[in-house]
Write a protein that binds this ligand. Sequence first.
Ligand code: ZN
Length: 160
Amino acid sequence: MQIKKHTVAAIQYTLKDDSGEVIDSSSGGEPLTYVHGVGGLIPGLEAELDGKRAGDALKVRIAPAQGYGERDENLVARVPRSQMPSGAPLEVGMQFQARGPEGAQVVTLVRLEDDAVWLDANHPLAGMHLNFEVSVVSVRAAAPEEIEHGHVHGEGGHHH
Ligand code: ZN
């Protein structure tokens, strides 16, 4: 069976940045399963996987626009320390859940000042070229419920 809209594909993947550093990988763990064609993966990777079959392997480089988007410097903001949650000491690289105009989003602390911090709401992989090595483990038709929910149920997927 080929990967097409409303199939469930299981893939093993390794993601590297342009310097060759591994950013993320499924190796050593369960493959990633997703419902194809419902926005479960970044657009560039879905496009490359379309039509592939179990056993196929591919190596692709995806531009930011087809990945996590370009960086938007307007999403970097200076926030007084008094507005930050108290508790753990603040460090560069920490991530927080914040309420944005489009709901919950993750922001990263990118700079510390004496009385303020700088928070970046860009996706950590925004603006980056993504180098994927992917192998397709399995392909099956999605169940109607999975299509409706936009995620995989059962083994290796989401339970509820
Ligand atoms: Zn569900």
